[in-house]
Design a protein around this ligand. Structure first.
Ligand SMILES: Cc1ncc(COP(=O)(O)O)c(C=O)c1O
Length: 278
């Protein structure tokens, strides 16, 4: 398997990362995940611009020769993914320096690592629907940054798995924010409702795609937070994201969503999304 490491495509086993890397020591880095359907990168430009935003917001220098398109296309070609579905992961850390909290000297170069892996599209879950659990959003208040520091997301996703659920959905001050790796939408009277973009959620690329599809399908969108109390009145709930596409939620903790079957707005969006990607 070829990966990309600091300006080169190399075999994965040839990569050696310093224990002084700030990604390793502090979780000091940002990342992106892009889906790739039969060799075609999906919404690459949007991912590049979010990555640039993450670099800007964290003050990590954009590496001089960083070309995400070149890296992703190289990984597809070198690993023979032109006819398969895949996910391309890229992360950039603040680089290698003696462990001190403050940023290292300006001449320290960021570490860039990227790899490709098969994308096991979750067809069955997207068809049948999944369970989520609600958990307290104890994360920091810069969730708009796609940071590699993901400990709360990791721990709560595990809690979901331990409870037979697909995802943990965060609740902050009584309102639904997002899932551990997904955006959350609820449907009320035919309108799609989701948390507005601010520092409490990641600006999801799939969220943006769903907005575009809603526009075409004449489905109204309300960007306003759904309260935990009102969630059980939703006709439909769905998770959206690069790795889940559009996934219906049929159970929340121990109660059923609507008819406990994927709803028709969710199916309509899945259908349009399917046409877009395949
Ligand atoms: C916390 C969080 N929210 C939302 C998303 C969905 O974002 P996207 O649609 O860009 O994959 C992700 C994706 O990893 C995420 O980690």
């Amino acid at each position: 398997m070829f990966v990309y490491f600091n300006n080169q495509f190399v075999k994965k086993k040839e990569v050696s990362i310093s224990p002084d890397d700030r990604g390793f020591l502090f979780g000091d880095g940002v990342y992106e995940v892009v889906s790739c359907y039969k060799g075609r990168l999906f919404e690459l430009e949007k991912h590049i611009s979010r990555m640039e935003q993450s670099l800007y917001k964290t003050g990590i220098k954009k590496p001089d020769r960083l070309d995400f398109k070149y890296i992703a296309e190289g990984l597809i070609q070198k690993n023979d993914f032109s006819n398969k579905d895949a996910l391309v992961y890229i992360q950039i850390t603040r680089g290698v320096a003696p462990r001190k909290h403050a940023f290292p000297d300006a001449d320290v170069r960021p570490t860039v690592y990227a790899f490709i892996s098969p994308f096991d599209v979750p067809y069955k879950k997207c068809k049948n629907g999944v369970k989520i659990i609600l958990v307290k959003d104890i994360r920091w208040t810069r969730c708009d940054i796609k940071s590699i520091s993901l400990l709360p997301n990791v721990m709560f996703n595990q809690q979901a798995k331990d409870n037979g659920a697909e995802e943990s959905v965060f609740v902050r001050d009584g309102y639904i924010t997002e899932g551990s790796h997904t955006t959350v939408f609820a449907v009320y009277n035919g309108d799609l409702v989701t948390h507005p973009l601010n520092n409490y959620i990641l600006p999801g690329i799939t969220r943006e795609v769903v907005f575009k599809l809603c526009n075409e399908l004449k489905i109204n969108i309300q960007e306003s937070p759904v309260s935990e109390k009102e969630l059980n009145k939703a006709d439909e709930i769905m998770l959206v994201g690069t790795s889940v596409e559009i996934m219906p939620v049929i159970k929340v903790d121990d109660w059923a969503v609507g008819t406990a079957k994927p709803g028709h707005i969710t199916k309509k969006l899945q259908n349009s999304f399917g046409k877009l990607i395949r």
